[in-house]
Design a protein around this ligand. Structure first.
Ligand code: FES
Length: 302
């Protein structure tokens, strides 16, 4: 990590807008009396957002003044956390992930695009649109390589789709956040490998095909498809599950002893457990009856 210093050129002053002043007051009110210093991070963040993505020295001093802290204390915080930029950034501030998983997936090629299109790290393009910096893992390694632009992630980058992304941003065209190759969240590239029945993937015959997540109301269909796999032919599986549910509704948890659970999360009975429970119950009642008759026999003998 490089040394973090305040920018050489600083504005004369900084004042929060009335809206941001109210926001600061709201943040400060979250902490008990005497602990307002804890609001230093959100206040610096509000100041940075108001100032186009970077923190000038007067803003740091303003936060110190509001919180009644020595300036050096706030300066320490601002220079420690890399989420605070201490020099101007472009309208589109790109945080490029240069950690191992992204590098293994081609981050170096993305970095080369940044250097060619924008220039060195920390440099703002002449039109003020772009600047970039290298950061450590941003926690989206499964969709590596990736960058964060302002507050959004752009993942599954290739030099080609990343250049297209930069072109679209520069031209003011809408861009797609998240995966740039159509991957849904961080699912495997070749489709789901688990929970396939639940999501409508036919794992039983033919090539696996991902049909997308279930829409609302489809879950019961997926459920019955599970049930159909497990039930003997001819048994109405869904009806049996529904009966189980009706049966259990309103019962205290500890009264449910048969805890076989389907992948759907629906508790279903295990015949073996149920039978042994029944046997234990009848044994205990016959014992009680036996004791009762024994004692009555004893009484009559007396
Ligand atoms: S290594 Fe790049 S997001 Fe984790």
């Amino acid at each position: 990590m490089s040394v973090r210093r305040l920018a050489e050129q600083q504005p004369e002053s900084f004042a929060f807008t009335p809206e941001n002043e109210a926001l600061c007051a709201k943040e400060i009110a979250k902490y008990p009396a005497g602990r307002q210093a804890s609001a230093v991070l959100p206040l610096l963040w509000i100041a940075q957002r108001q100032n186009g993505g970077w923190l000038p020295k007067p803003a740091i001093e303003k936060v110190a003044e509001i919180l009644g802290l020595p300036r050096i204390r706030v300066l320490e915080v601002a220079t420690f956390y890399t989420m605070f930029n201490l020099a101007p950034v472009g309208k589109y501030f790109i945080q490029f992930c240069g950690t191992t998983p992204c590098v293994l997936r081609g981050a170096e090629a993305i970095k080369a695009v940044l250097q060619r299109r924008i220039g060195a790290a920390g440099q703002v393009t002449a039109d003020g649109l772009f600047s970039w910096t290298e950061v450590e893992c941003l926690g989206a390694c499964c969709n590596a390589p990736m960058v964060q632009i302002n507050e959004d992630y752009y993942e599954d980058l290739t030099p080609e789709n990343f250049e297209a992304l930069i072109d679209n941003l520069a031209a003011g065209r809408p861009v797609k956040k998240g995966s740039q190759i159509g991957r849904r969240t961080s699912e495997p590239l070749g489709g789901l490998t688990s929970l396939r029945g639940l999501y409508g993937v036919d794992g039983l015959s033919g090539p696996q095909t991902y049909h997308g997540p279930p829409s609302e109301g489809d879950e019961s269909a997926a459920e019955s498809s599970f049930a159909a796999q497990d039930e003997p032919p001819g048994e109405p599986a869904t009806e049996r599950l529904n009966q189980e549910r009706r049966h259990r509704k309103g019962q205290p948890l500890d009264s449910i002893v048969d805890t076989g659970t389907r992948r759907t999360g629906v508790a279903v009975s295990q015949p073996g457990v149920k039978a042994s429970r029944k046997a234990a119950k009848s044994e205990s009642s016959s014992l009680q009856n036996g004791e009762a008759s024994n004692s009555s026999e004893q009484e009559s003998e007396d």
